[in-house]
Design a protein around this ligand. Sequence first.
Ligand code: GUN
Length: 282
Amino acid sequence: MAQIIDGKGLAQKIRKQLSQEVEELVRLGKQPCLAVVLVGDDPASQVYVNNKKRSCQEVGIESKEFLLPATATQEELLQLIDDLNQDNTVDGILVQLPLPKGLDEQEVIARINPAKDVDGFHPVNVGKLYIGLDTFLPCTPAGIMEMLKEINYDISGKKAVVLGRSNIVGKPIAQLLLQYNATVTICHSRTKNIKEECSQADILVAAVGQSQMVKADWIKPGAVVIDVGINRVDGKLVGDVDYDAAFQVAGWITPVPGGVGPMTIAMLLKNTVKAAKTKIGF
Ligand code: GUN
């Protein structure tokens, strides 16, 4: 039976620590501020953005919300980014993805001042991660690394398998695991023998968005299983891992909800505080 990695509890601990850091910054006259940009009315994105705003409030970070209609043009969105780049009160800029069809996501991301890119999606920050320089780590991968740290897991020399190759999760978590000396395999929709690949993993990260795709017999006994999936099935949130069965085989497992999700938001707050600190030369 697996031990549960309590992302919700760990995120709470991190938020508490961040509140103290924010208090200190406020004393120095620098309240961190996150600008959250939401384009269109995707209900899931609205939920994520509201969670982010609420979490900011909880630790004393100011959040400013910018809502644009789904009909907004690329130029309008780029103008907003330019304004936020210029705005000295704004430390971090987050553009909720995905953007509505017709908008060029990569152009928008590249327009954000890398020093305000708290998502870690700007090509400069992606490049820094790739070559091992200090940067804003993308929030979900950063949260996963914090969870591995929390259980004192020694990554070095272990075999890690990442399911999914997105820019937001799959690619950056593979980079980070590599940096910590894991032997990393990235599996995706064209991978042959996915089950066999997964069953060799000491660390298995599932980030494909396919509900309960990872079955118990895909998991090496004792492995650490990190479930990034958030899938809505019959009104219930389920991960990419068949949790109940996997729980019997894994050594460690993250629940959905209450695992990776809260950690992602905690890391966004951490990056925002980092941006504010860097600005005042802390
Ligand atoms: N959409 C899904 N995950 C994320 C994220 O981490 N950041 C942003 N901006 N959009 C997302």
